[in-house]
Design a protein around this ligand. Structure first.
Ligand SMILES: Nc1ncnc2c1ncn2[C@@H]1O[C@H](COP(=O)(O)OP(=O)(O)OP(=O)(O)O)[C@@H](O)[C@H]1O
Length: 440
């Protein structure tokens, strides 16, 4: 099977849209690579460039190390399946699967054997004689996949092939497709905006945002060790809780100041020393539900307190939304770039309002949510606004000021209850104002 590489691939469309921006990805022979990102991030364009359906503005696509710029799409030996499966309506399932074999000049009996083999692998033997119009959406997509794989392509490209299907069919086909690709050892590039598909199917996942590659790695690594705040926010269900904070070190304490409360770090350890070196820096703290555990109100160690605002019962567990007074920034408002916000905080601290050294916690309580005319709370600090959230995340994926915590069903609290959660500092993720990870 072929190894596919994109080398500094860039695609700028005639209208000036930069769809793919300097993307370098190596897909190993036989690997299942998932391109993941929100709509419009350039996933399909990368796929179309690999397939030869678009020409790059700059950069190269290579198969087994050889540039394929001069090879037409039809001669690249790859199969492409999209969500709109485009079967021939007047041909039976068997004829559809066999179609590429016929045009490829395969002898009859061999083609018939291959059709049966593919139908068996995709669980559609029973419908071989039917016309596509008499199939379910899931069956049609299975036929499209069987047809694409029938002529043993060197690589298999799939563009959101499951997005039209209902949840049950999607889950079935997801598992079958992964097993099929692995069994045949086909190099596969699979495009999706669905993180569950990415996490469950990929050998490695490449996360794209606005045409730029954010991170590439095995799913568990990208989830657990995200390189950017965008990746942290995009992967995971429930979504990571993102809060603005300021690093504060003084009086023998190292804290992340969330405005109305703080996350304490034990003072005598290496990561606290690292953090202390960032004293007064503004950052984003990402807390996944995995990092939070209900705790007694007087628990030792780093904790956050809140009031239960909503309870989502998922059957096996409960997601509790806690109002903690933390400061989110809406995606729309994160576009704000006030002139102040590009000035280093140290400079601002040098100004007359600078708090006295060694005094009480001047940083605490400075991050106060303030209601603006538009009604949305925004970060209001003495240091100005704070555009740390990602405008690319659609509204339903953006965070509110809530902290979402998993709670076992028997311990379900009521709305209005006060709750304390302990914070696992090993799982706490911190990002600088550019959205890049601060590794502690
Ligand atoms: N032919 C074109 N001309 C101009 N702009 C284009 C063209 N094709 C795509 N784009 C733009 O390029 C960007 C990337 O598009 P692309 O389809 O690759 O994204 P995507 O991540 O696959 O999104 P989706 O999941 O919605 O398909 C988008 O802003 C899109 O509008």
């Amino acid at each position: 099977m072929v190894a596919i590489a994109t080398d500094r691939l860039t695609k700028i469309f005639d209208d000036g849209t930069v769809a793919v921006d300097d993307v370098t990805i190596d897909v190993r022979s036989g690997e299942f690579m998932v391109l993941l990102g929100p709509t419009g991030c350039g996933k399909s364009t990368v796929l179309r460039l690999v397939a030869g359906l678009e020409r790059p503005t700059s950069g190269q696509v290579r198969f087994d190390g050889r540039p394929v710029d001069d090879i037409e799409a039809g001669d690249r030996g790859i199969a492409l399946v999209r969500q709109d499966h485009a079967l021939y309506p007047h041909l039976t399932v068997a004829q559809n699967i066999g179609f590429p074999l016929r045009s490829g000049g395969d002898p009859g009996p061999e083609a018939t054997g291959r059709i049966t083999e593919m139908a068996e692998q995709l669980g559609i033997v029973d419908v071989l004689h039917r016309l596509p119009g008499n199939l379910s959406g899931g069956q049609r997509q299975r036929v499209a996949i069987a047809r694409a794989l029938a002529r043993r392509p060197a690589a298999f490209l799939l563009d959101e092939p499951l997005s039209h299907l209902d949840a049950g069919m999607r889950a079935d086909l997801r598992a079958d497709l992964t097993a099929l690709a692995r069994r045949n050892g086909t190099t596969t590039i699979y495009v999706t905006h669905d993180q569950v598909e990415a996490m469950s199917m990929a050998d490695r996942v490449a996360v794209l945002r606005r045409g730029v590659l954010q991170q590439i790695g095995p799913p568990a690594q990208v989830y657990g060790d995200p390189a950017t705040v965008f990746v942290a926010a995009f992967l995971g269900s429930p979504r990571a809780n993102l809060f603005q904070c300021a690093v504060y070190a003084g009086d023998g304490r190292v804290v992340l100041d969330l405005g109305t409360q703080v996350i304490d770090f034990p003072p005598d350890e290496p990561r606290s020393a690292l953090l202390a070196g960032r004293h007064t820096e503004r950052a984003t703290v990402a807390l996944r539900a995995d990092a939070l555990r209900p705790a007694p109100a007087d628990a030792d160690g780093p904790v956050l307190h809140g009031v239960v605002r909503a309870v989502e019962n998922l059957g096996h567990e409960v997601l509790v939304h806690l109002e903690t007074g933390g400061v989110p920034t809406s995606p729309a408002e994160s576009r704000l770039e006030l002139p102040d916000s590009v000035r280093p905080l140290s400079g601002l601290l040098a100004e007359p309002e600078r708090p006295a050294r060694g005094g009480r916690w001047p940083g605490l309580g400075r991050l106060i949510p303030r209601q603006r005319a538009g009604g949305r709370p925004t970060a209001r600090t003495r240091y100005g606004f704070y555009p740390v959230y990602d405008p690319e995340l659609p509204d339903d994926q953006s965070t509110t000021g809530d902290l979402v915590v998993r709670v076992p069903v028997p311990a379900t609290p009521r709305i209005g209850d006060r709750m304390t959660v302990s914070v696992d500092l090993d799982l706490l993720l911190l990002f600088d104002r550019a959205g890049d990870r601060i590794r502690l």
